[in-house]
Design a protein. Structure first.
Length: 229
């Protein structure tokens, strides 16, 4: 693999210059702002524990990695962008299984391992159907469906976090739409729409951490179900 190979996949990029995507690069500040805000909120709430700190650091890494990708635009820079995103998806799912659903550490680990197997399988199954419509954004659709499914289950169990996760899925759907439209609207918007993916995703990930800070430290839906059984 040539880690220095150039990648030109966004409407805004018109050359190989470092600042060839100024809007896409600068709007990654949304991730950093979100990380700072949830850090301050967690500290004020007295809930700045290990999982919360990990998610905040992961969110910061996403912002840095995405900035590197939209400036250097190489294979290695793309890896600094996508790997932290994957880590966040898996980490948040594992933490949600533990803190929201109430699974044991072993149960959360097994559920996350199954998710690792399911994500590429689901992406592969959806690719023939959605690739012509949303392009490479199809790889994020399984994560969107997973967020919606977990949120809906929690909401049906009466867990406070469920409604927020469903709202998060709505934000995710909007951000994914702008990501998919970037190349298709180049003639109308020369700067593209990918920058809105950054702003909305920064909002989404910050909102998910905010939800964890609020509802990830009390009685879980599963615990309540066991208590009423």
């Amino acid at each position: 693999m040539d880690l220095t190979r150039r990648i030109d996949g966004y409407c805004e990029r018109m050359s190989e210059a470092f600042w060839a995507e100024p809007i896409n690069a600068v709007t990654n500040i949304a991730f950093i702002i979100a990380a700072v805000l949830v850090y301050l909120f967690a500290r004020r709430m007295g809930r700045l524990d290990g999982p919360t700190l990990f998610l905040i650091c992961n969110l910061t890494a996403i912002g840095i990695g995405s900035f590197l990708f939209h400036t250097f635009a190489t294979v290695w820079a793309a890896m600094t962008d996508t790997i932290p995103i994957l880590f966040f998806i898996l980490a948040y799912f594992a933490i949600a299984m533990r803190r929201f659903v109430g699974l044991s550490l072993r149960g959360s680990a097994i559920a996350t391992a199954l998710l690792i197997l399911a994500l590429p399988a689901a992406s592969g199954a959806l690719r023939p159907l959605l690739l012509p419509v949303i392009g490479g954004s199809v790889s994020y659709v399984p994560a969107l469906l997973m967020l919606l499914a977990v949120g809906t289950w929690l909401w049906r169990q009466g867990h406070e976090a469920g409604r927020n996760l469903i709202i998060g899925a709505g934000i995710f759907a909007c951000s994914l739409t702008f990501r998919a439209l970037d190349q298709q609207l180049c003639d109308v918007f020369p700067g593209g729409t990918h920058f809105l993916w950054h702003i909305l995703n920064g909002t989404l990930l910050g909102f998910l951490i905010y939800t964890f800070i609020l509802y990830g430290h009390g009685t879980t839906a599963m615990s309540r179900l066991r208590g009423t059984a």
